[in-house]
Design a protein around this ligand. Structure first.
Ligand SMILES: Nc1nc2c(ncn2[C@@H]2O[C@H](COP(=O)(O)OP(=O)(O)OP(=O)(O)O)[C@@H](O)[C@H]2O)c(=O)[nH]1
Length: 356
């Protein structure tokens, strides 16, 4: 069951998870190989034989992971743990703590995203139920072999060996999940070309900026800015150069705004800038400075000159966002029709004429 295109790369968290699983499986295989000798020495030959089977199952699981079948491998490991825990508890009792491995694999089952959640939960519940059943069935079985004095230490070691892989795996998955969440948030909020906020995400920020300015009785201004004759730039220098210019202009805008301001790629070569808090007079001055910075940026060894037109509107708290955008758009339209490369204020404000 894949949500992705067949050619898409495997999910990063999945890849990491199965690399970890392979490493843990290799440790387990060697651990069981060691247990063959231990049980042989204790003269519990049946368990020595069981461990030969365990080694084969862990080896088969590793091969399944290598063959890109990690989900089946995980099920083989769970089966091995269930059989091993049951037989060890039946022959040696519960005091050694081999039953705790059921907890570890029941948690790992939940991390197999290729299993439907319902099935993963069922497998996990079965494993935990087996743990409870072992307690009921073999709670009274006493360990009767050599080295009885070592029982508390074996128990102690088993608790650690069961717990540490859980902590290790879950902490890694958590780290990867947080990284992926941050990346997704970044992608959802930004325009990929300019890394400015995109239109959808900016609406939320702008609403908060307006609320903040209302509560602090601060002025708020909204600016529509558009690159002049951008079609001609694309037609003359190519679309890739056009993209580079868009990026460069976006960087210039970002360098001219304050941390609380909001810069948005509003459309193709159109930008929205919310200056909050900012009076209309200050907004005019700051946009004039930005206009000059864009105009003086050098492109293609000065063969290419890029300019921008601006429309500045003061946002009266009684106005909706749509209304103030219309005012800024109308001012931008005036800038374009007065010769471009200038900053124009929406009605009530004065016009700052730039050098055309
Ligand atoms: N390179 C590039 N071009 C884009 C992008 N988005 C929109 N455009 C182009 O931007 C141009 C906008 O052209 P117009 O709306 O006619 O505006 P203009 O040529 O800038 O003219 P004025 O705004 O009147 O000065 C179109 O040719 C679009 O194809 C983009 O992401 N990259």
């Amino acid at each position: 069951m894949t949500k992705y295109h067949p050619y898409s790369k495997p999910d990063q968290v999945e890849a990491l998870k199965f690399a970890l699983l392979r490493r843990v499986a290799a440790y387990c295989m060697w651990l069981h190989a060691g247990l063959i000798g231990v049980f042989w020495h204790l003269e519990v030959n049946i368990l020595a034989l069981v461990n030969v089977g365990s080694v084969l199952m862990w080896y088969a699981g590793i091969k399944l992971i290598d063959a890109s079948k990690p989900s089946i491998a995980l099920r083989v490991f769970c089966l091995e743990v269930a059989i091993h825990a049951t037989l060890v508890c039946a022959y040696l009792g519960m005091s050694l703590g081999f039953q705790y491995y059921l907890w570890t694999v029941s948690c790992l089952m939940l991390l197999d995203y290729q299993l439907r959640l319902r099935n993963a939960v069922i497998y996990s519940v079965v494993l935990i139920t087996l743990f409870a059943v072992l307690e009921l069935l073999f709670g009274d079985v006493a360990y009767q072999y050599r080295y009885q004095q070592l029982i508390p230490y074996v128990h102690f070691a088993n608790v650690l060996i069961c717990g540490i892989p859980m902590i290790y795996t879950i902490s890694h998955i958590r780290k990867m999940t947080v990284q992926q969440r941050d990346k997704l948030e970044e992608l959802a909020a930004h325009d990929p070309l300019t890394q400015m906020f995109n239109r959808r995400y900016a609406r939320e920020l702008i609403t908060h900026a307006k609320e903040n300015c209302i509560s602090t009785h601060s002025p708020l201004c909204l600016v529509m800015a558009d690159i002049d004759h951008f079609k001609k730039i694309n037609d003359t220098f190519g679309h890739d150069k056009g993209d580079q210019i868009l990026k460069s202009v976006a960087e210039t805008i970002k360098a001219h705004i304050h941390p609380a301001d909001i810069a948005v790629r509003w459309g193709g070569e159109e930008f929205l800038i919310v200056l909050a808090p900012c009076s209309s007079g200050e907004a005019m001055q700051r946009m004039e400075k930005l206009r000059r910075a864009v105009e003086t940026t050098s492109f293609e060894n000065d063969i290419l000159k890029v300019t921008m037109s601006f429309g500045v509107a003061n946002w009266d708290p009684s106005q909706t966002f749509e209304v103030v955008i219309q005012h800024a758009d109308a001012a931008l339209y005036d800038s374009k029709h007065s010769g471009r490369n200038r900053v124009t204020a929406a009605p009530i404000l004065r016009v700052s004429e730039g050098v055309s």
